[in-house]
Write a protein that binds this ligand. Sequence first.
Ligand code: GLN
Length: 488
Amino acid sequence: MELMSRTAAELSQMLADKEISAVELAQAALDKTAAVDGKVGAYITVAGEQALAAAKAVDEKRAAGEQLPALAGVPIAIKDNICTKGLLTTCASKILYNFVPPYNATVMEKLAASSAVITGKCNMDEFAMGSSCENSAMKNTLNPHGLGHVPGGSSGGSAAVVAAGEVPLSLGSDTGGSIRQPASFCGVVGLKPTYGAVSRYGLIAFASSLDQIGPFARTIEDAAMLMDAVTGYDPAHDSTSVQTPFEGSLRANLNADMKGLRIGLPKEYFGAGISDEVRQSVLASAETYKALGAEVFEISLPLVEYALPIYYILSSAEASSNLARFDGVKYGFRAEGCDELLDIYVKSRSQGFGHEVQRRIMLGTYVLSSGYYDAYYKKARAAQRKIRAEFAGAFEKCDVILTPVAPTTAYEIGSRTTNPLEMYAGDICTVSINIAGLPALVQPCGFDADKLPIGMQLIGPRFGEQKLMNAGLAFEQASGLRNIIAPL
Ligand code: GLN
């Protein structure tokens, strides 16, 4: 079997058994990228030299008899909004086209402590705003399962790089679905952790109260492995991070016994607007769970109808404030021919930010302005509390909730770029999870008539990651839908 077709768990074992060296593995990953990334376009930056140097250091440690963590020597790609010391971090924006962070995000420190090998930085929608990767100022990423289709977004590069078999693992970020929807479109596993489970320090902020970093993988076990390495309380750098009950032990505690698991199917997620193929596939997964001994029943989450406006008000409000720091003075791009300070701000921001980012800044500034604050922002925060309460109520009746991830499978490149509202509507199944701060797992559950992957979403209560991974593993075993690499 070709090395890059293997799972992270298998590669980790082969490294530990000295069947392969970390340098060989890093070279195999780089070779695969050289062979396929010209088509897929998953990376903004390939860090070949650094990867080989890191791999060499791992081999030396192992040769010296050091006991190494599970991820030691395993190649991992990183979304380009996560700060990597000494490695270009653009957020796929012209305004950060030359930004080389002087520090590492906490997750990068954790990966370094795990001796993981970082292969490079992945394409995304500019500042993580978008659902198709088409808002990147750098390039297009194409769906490895159908090159005329989008990979999803905003973490489209991180999903595509794993689906294409260039690496077994990657990190993305999810503010309103940006890990889950591309995972679904590309046929891979993606986890949006409970808010606070992973430190946000060094994640370039979009909407701080909603953003979370999380893993992409091709199996549940691999996703658990990466999650185990990056999770954790970060008191020095992120006061919203917390100690979780599953700290570093998701993989060790995987258990696929589904007997008695209560699974809720919220009827609002299966109605009009969801394509027949997606609905049928997710409902078939529910049948699989029944056959495995789970109890499956209908529930109702009526407030989900309001999730989209709540999300776009809150996330844009936070973005307008977070992105104020990009002023042409401190980082990245500065417009030429400016006479005075205000001119630098206006021209650098007008030329440095793309249309979607400018649209969100304007919307966010509007909903925060006096006169509209009460009508929009304050109301959205109040509605957020109601959505949280509604989910809390649902989790008194069930252990996990099963839903589609997106209304359709991956659509054609260019087919939704002219109408932002149509693009926003595709986020209907994912945004409520961030609003409620909950964890949600996405994994493949089938294919449509064009052989494009269909994903399903399992939503858990706060810190219910273990339940999600267990349920994900049970489905993976029953369906055989695991370690899917796109034929390229
Ligand atoms: N698609 C959503 C948006 O455009 C979600 C983005 C995200 O999760 N970063 O805002």
